[in-house]
Design a protein around this ligand. Structure first.
Ligand SMILES: Nc1ncnc2c1ncn2[C@@H]1O[C@H](COP(=O)(O)OP(=O)(O)OP(=O)(O)O)[C@@H](O)[C@H]1O
Length: 302
């Protein structure tokens, strides 16, 4: 198990950032999705032991995050969302310092800093002051300092924020390589579904500090081949009754009918039912996957 939350609640004054959160998350590349303010950063800071929670308990890599912060710091690498660079420091010093903070000896930290800067493509900028780096370079510098000590779990909080498409692609490729080829588990927080899908196989979706969904992306993305969303011009209830007589399972969602066709039937059945009733179909499409539905409803709740 990568990490586990049991009934975690965290409030800031009147704001409930995490609301009785229960989670069991397996090792692997895990996406943490949710709109701004949904509690992603608070969840990450909680599992690093950086905030004290009001209620609940939990573990990351088998360690209690309320009591074993030092051990967790050795096993986990974290690249925060906000800018955390010290001005007047050159790239290699910054990364080596991050290594020392996890308990590495200075000489080892320096050697690893050079290696990780080469790995993230910043070898040539290693002696430049960090404040002169571009946004994309700063993100890769944060990534280098998060992996300098070769952690078991890497946490990236909104790593593609504010980046141009090329820079974004570089970060996604590095994240994918670390998890697929270097054996690191990953917790990748983002409000962008495509970024999470590019890197992760499993997803947690938060909204308003609550868990909306979790599971394998492939499973959550499965579209039911026989399920459709239909909107007609005319009497929805009459049309629904007609579809039911033709063997469909039908439910009304506002102005939309969700229709599950009988086995072996094709969507032609829906067009035929509309033609018989003299109704016009305004909209017909395969029902959204659970992931799309969950993600859209997380945006509505935001
Ligand atoms: N230090 C703080 N003091 C007061 N409120 C806070 C603090 N940190 C977070 N919050 C509030 O807690 C809620 C959850 O915030 P959090 O940063 O965890 O969400 P998020 O999903 O990471 O969003 P973002 O991507 O914008 O950082 C928000 O309403 C936020 O305003």
């Amino acid at each position: 198990m990568l990490f586990q939350f049991s009934n975690i609640t965290k409030t800031y004054g009147d704001v409930t950032a995490l609301d009785h959160l229960n989670l069991d998350v397996p090792e692997g590349a895990i996406g943490l999705l949710g709109p701004n303010g949904s509690g992603k950063t608070t969840m990450i800071r909680t599992l690093l032991g950086l905030v004290s929670v009001n209620e609940g308990s939990g573990r990351v890599l088998g360690k209690d995050f309320r009591r074993q912060q030092l051990e967790i710091r050795r096993d986990v690498g974290f690249a925060p969302e906000d800018e955390c660079l010290f001005p007047h420091t050159v790239g290699v010093e910054f990364v080596a310092y991050a290594g020392e903070l996890t308990g590495m000896r200075r000489t080892d930290a320096l050697q690893r800093a050079h290696e990780t800067l080469d790995y993230v493509g910043l070898g040539e900028a290693r002696y430049r002051k960090v404040e002169s780096y571009s946004t994309g370079m700063k993100q890769r510098l944060k990534l280098a300092s998060a992996v300098v000590h070769d952690p078991k779990l890497l946490i990236l909080d909104e790593p593609t924020n504010g980046m141009d498409p090329a820079g974004r692609q570089q970060i996604l490729e590095l994240a994918r390589d670390l998890t697929m080829n270097k054996g690191m588990s990953l917790l990748f927080s983002s409000h962008l579904l495509p970024d999470v899908e590019a890197v992760c196989s499993y997803v947690i979706v938060l909204a308003g500090g609550k868990l909306l969904a979790q599971g394998e992306i492939a499973e959550l993305k499965q579209v039911h081949r026989h399920a459709f969303e239909v909107r007609v011009k005319g009497d929805l209830a009459l049309f629904a009754a007609r579809l039911e007589r033709a063997g469909c399972a039908v439910s009304e969602w506002g102005e939309i009918l969700k229709v599950v066709l009988p086995a072996e039937a094709s969507p032609q059945l829906i067009w035929a039912a509309a033609a018989d009733a003299g109704e016009q179909i305004r909209h017909l499409r395969p029902q959204r996957s659970t992931l799309e539905e969950v993600f859209l409803s997380s945006l509505e709740q935001a």
